[in-house]
Write a protein that binds this ligand. Structure first.
Ligand SMILES: CC(C)(COP(=O)(O)OP(=O)(O)OC[C@H]1O[C@@H](n2cnc3c(N)ncnc32)[C@H](O)[C@@H]1OP(=O)(O)O)[C@@H](O)C(=O)NCCC(=O)NCCS
Length: 160
């Protein structure tokens, strides 16, 4: 089946949540999912191969590192996951590219995320996408308890 990347709809949220629950230890409340979709729909994408086989949920935050007088924002990858049997097909790369384009459209200067220190496949994926590892976040994760890595990538307004 042809892979389709498109903006998620509210009807997709149940499938997306089930994929998240099967594949990641970090889960979110119904209102968090719905608010993310309502406030930044173009940064909340699904990959369909028939059913949904992957998603990326992103959010926009004020960039506190910059002057408060400047309108400056960062995009945050809140969650991304691909069905295990559909990994290494470039699906997460396509979803991330779409989220980055949406972030640039919202004037974000950078994209940031946190990842578990032991999540080597995700760290390799982000490094391949041009992210760098910035800081170890001691004890950032619970259940199971683990350090996080803060990763980021500047967003060039012309080249993605
Ligand atoms: C991390 C994840 C999203 C990557 O999704 P994916 O669709 O398989 O990624 P892509 O096919 O776009 O991979 C692009 C590149 O990233 C790197 N990469 C991806 N998965 C990798 C792995 N398991 N080991 C090493 N490198 C990997 C490779 O360089 C790959 O290119 P290649 O296949 O040509 O070698 C996926 O493994 C996943 O859903 N993991 C579980 C959820 C998760 O950990 N999310 C991140 C939380 S922060």
């Amino acid at each position: 089946m042809l892979l389709l990347i498109e903006q998620a709809s509210f009807e997709d949220l149940e499938q997306v949540k089930r994929l998240n629950e099967r594949t990641l230890p970090e889960h979110y409340t119904d209102s968090f999912w719905a608010n993310a979709l309502a406030s930044f729909p173009e940064g909340f994408l699904v990959a369909r191969d028939g059913p949904i086989v992957g998603y990326v949920m992103s959010i926009i935050k004020r960039d506190n590192a910059r002057s408060l007088t400047e309108q400056s924002y960062v995009g945050v990858i809140a969650s991304i996951s691909i069905e295990p049997e559909h990994r290494r097909r470039g699906i997460a790369s396509k979803l991330l590219k779409g989220a980055i384009e949406a972030m640039i459209g919202r004037n974000c200067n950078a994209i940031i995320l946190q990842v578990r220190r032991s999540n080597i496949s995700a760290i390799k994926f982000y490094l391949k996408q041009g992210f760098e590892a910035n800081t170890v976040l001691k004890g950032y994760y619970q259940a199971p308890s683990e350090d996080g890595i803060l990763m980021s990538k500047p967003l060039n307004k012309v080249f993605v």
